[in-house]
Design a protein around this ligand. Structure first.
Ligand code: ZN
Ligand code: ZN
Ligand code: ZN
Length: 164
């Protein structure tokens, strides 16, 4: 019983000391950090990021004491990767020519280029414009059905042979 009371009293004293210590430390932190004793009160670490990670390079953050030169844990920060905006059409792709579109990173302004390979014509079925006769070749045409192209090609149709 007696020992227990002494124990509680001791704990109480420690609690008071701890509270005072905390209050002093808090004041010091708010007051700008002068007078903090790292040896006695322990270091106060804050994360400091250097170098800051970029789109393509990794960064580092280190726990640094506000009051002395001590450092704690260090962590590598992965590179962020680019964040691209919407595609912008530079050159439209056509049946016979490659197109080009770009996207720009909103952070580092790196321009990503994407070549769009030419589509090739998409020919319609042969349309017979004039049936062949024994003396005159027939005439047919096909048309690229892509609306931005609509290229036409004409063909001769020999008599009796069907369309070529
Ligand atoms: Zn320190
Ligand atoms: Zn970027
Ligand atoms: Zn075409």
């Amino acid at each position: 019983m007696k020992n227990k009371r002494i124990l509680w009293r001791t704990l109480g004293v420690f609690a008071v000391i701890a509270l005072i210590g905390f209050a002093v430390a808090s004041c010091e932190v708010e007051g700008g950090g002068s007078g903090h004793d790292c040896q006695r009160q322990g270091c106060r670490f804050v994360w400091v990021t250097y170098p800051v990670p970029s789109c393509t390079s990794s960064g580092m953050r280190t726990e640094s004491c506000r009051y002395c030169e001590n450092t704690g844990r260090a962590q590598t920060m992965l590179s962020l990767g680019c964040s691209f905006g919407d595609w912008e059409e530079v050159t439209p792709v056509t049946c016979e020519a490659n197109g080009l579109r770009t996207r720009t990173c909103i952070r580092c302004e790196y321009i990503y280029q994407n070549v769009l390979h030419m589509l090739g014509h998409n020919w319609s079925d042969l349309i017979v414009l004039r049936q062949p006769t024994p003396t005159v070749l027939g005439l047919g045409k096909t048309e690229c059905i892509r609306t931005f192209c609509l290229l036409e090609r004409y063909y001769s149709i020999p008599y009796g042979g069907g369309p070529i």
